[in-house]
Write a protein that binds this ligand. Structure first.
Ligand SMILES: Cc1cc2nc3c(=O)[nH]c(=O)nc-3n(C[C@H](O)[C@H](O)[C@H](O)COP(=O)(O)O)c2cc1C
Length: 324
C-alpha cells in the first residue's frame, strides 16, 4: 500500500491526465479495472472559476470515482490558488499543477511547459496554491524546457524548491518540452530525481504502453509510481494486467472478443449518458480506434466502427464485430 499524503493507494500506477480523453467515463472505467487513482485532463484556472463550469461533463466528478486528481493549468499565482481551492471544495481529492504541456497554443500563452523557463513564477504559483489548499498537491513537469544547461538548472531548482514549500510529490515526464513526443523518455533522470529526493513521492511518466512496461520501470528505477497514459486509451485491461505483474502474479489471459465488446458498450453507455449525442459519437470514435487494436481484424473493425453514424448504429456494429 502506497501513501500519498493521506491517500492510500493500493497499486503503484495511476491513470495519467490526458486532455480530450480522461473525462468521467474513462476515469470510471480505469477505476473499475483497477487504477487506484485517476486524473482529469488539464483545466484552465480561469475556466474553473467561471460560474457553473464544474458541473459541466468535462469537469464533473461523481462519488464512485474517488480518489481523482484535478489537473490545473495557468500562470497567475492568485488565480491558480483560487481555482485550486475551488477544485478541492468541489470534491477533487488532489490537485496537480501542469508545468509540462508542450502544445504551442499553451506555451505561447506562457502556461504549461513554458513555466519551466520561468522558475520564479512556477514557484510562486506552487507556494500560493500550497497555502490555499489542504488536499494533496503534486507538480507535473517535464525534465526541462530543452536540453540546455540552463533548462536543467531550472528543472532541478523547481523540483527542490517546490518540495521545500511542502508539495506532496512530483510527477516527472521524462521528455523535454521541445522534445514533445519525438524522443524516448529519459527514465535515468526520473530515477535521479528519486535519488536526490528520496523522501518525496516520485511518479514517472513516458513510454508506458504495456503492463510489462509498468513492472519494468518500477523494478529498475526505484520510483514510487508510474503514470499510464497513451497505453490506457481503449485499453483498460492494462490495469488488471499491471496489478498482476507488479504483485509477481501471472498476467491474466487477454480479454475475449465478447469481453472487449461488452466493455466498449459499457463505455459507450457512460459517454451517451454524459454528453449530447452529437458530441458523444465523435468522442467515442476516438476510443474505438484504440479498442480495435486488440481485434484480429483490426482495420475492417475500425472502419466499420468509425463510420457508424449514430448510437444505435455504433452499438449494432460493436455487437456484430465482437460477436455479441
Ligand atoms: C492525447 C494526450 C493528452 C495529454 N493530456 C495531458 C494533460 O492534460 N495533462 C498532462 O499533464 N499530460 C497530458 N499528457 C501527457 C501524458 O499524461 C503523459 O505524461 C505522456 O503521454 C507520456 O506518457 P506515455 O509516453 O506513456 O504516453 C497527454 C498526452 C497525450 C498523448
Amino acid at each position: 500500500m502506497k501513501k500519498l499524503s493521506h491517500l492510500n493507494l493500493d497499486a503503484p500506477f495511476f491513470q495519467a491526465p490526458l486532455s480530450g480523453y480522461t473525462d468521467q467515463p474513462m476515469r470510471i472505467l480505469a477505476r473499475q479495472f483497477g487504477a487506484p487513482l485517476t486524473f482529469s485532463g488539464l483545466m484552465l484556472d480561469k475556466s474553473v472559476l467561471a460560474p457553473g463550469v464544474l458541473e459541466k461533463p468535462h469537469y464533473a466528478v461523481i462519488d464512485q470515482e474517488h480518489p481523482v486528481g484535478a489537473q490545473l493549468l495557468g500562470n497567475d499565482p492568485d488565480i491558480m490558488a483560487q481555482a485550486a481551492r475551488r477544485l478541492c471544495d468541489y470534491g477533487y481529492d488532489l490537485v496537480d499543477l501542469n508545468f509540462a504541456c508542450p502544445a504551442p497554443k499553451v506555451t505561447q500563452k506562457q502556461r504549461g511547459g513554458f513555466l519551466l523557463t520561468q522558475p520564479d513564477t512556477a514557484l510562486k504559483i506552487t507556494q500560493q496554491v500550497r497555502q490555499a489548499i489542504s488536499c494533496p498537491l503534486l507538480l507535473k513537469l517535464r525534465i526541462g524546457y530543452d536540453r540546455s544547461s540552463q533548462s536543467q538548472e531550472n528543472f532541478w531548482y523547481i523540483c527542490e524548491q517546490a518540495l521545500a514549500v511542502g508539495i506532496d510529490g512530483l510527477v516527472i515526464h521524462g521528455r523535454t518540452v521541445q522534445g514533445r513526443y519525438r524522443d524516448r523518455a529519459d527514465w535515468n533522470i526520473i530515477a535521479q530525481v528519486k535519488k536526490r529526493f528520496p523522501h518525496a513521492f516520485i511518479t514517472g511518466s513516458g513510454d508506458i504502453f504495456t503492463a510489462e512496461d509498468v513492472a519494468d520501470k518500477l523494478a529498475h528505477y526505484d520510483i514510487d509510481a508510474v503514470l499510464i497514459a497513451r497505453g490506457a486509451i481503449g485499453n483498460p485491461w492494462i490495469f488488471p494486467e499491471a496489478r498482476a505483474l507488479t504483485s509477481h502474479l501471472p498476467k491474466p489471459p487477454p480479454p475475449s472478443l465478447t469481453e472487449q465488446g461488452q466493455t466498449m458498450l459499457h463505455h459507450l453507455d457512460m459517454v451517451l449518458r454524459l454528453y449530447p449525442t452529437r458530441k458523444a459519437v465523435p468522442l467515442f470514435r476516438k476510443f474505438c480506434v484504440h479498442y480495435c487494436k486488440r481485434h484480429p481484424r483490426r482495420k475492417k473493425t475500425q472502419s466499420a466502427l468509425i463510420s457508424a453514424p449514430d448510437p444505435d448504429a455504433l452499438r449494432l456494429t460493436i455487437r456484430n464485430c465482437y460477436g455479441l
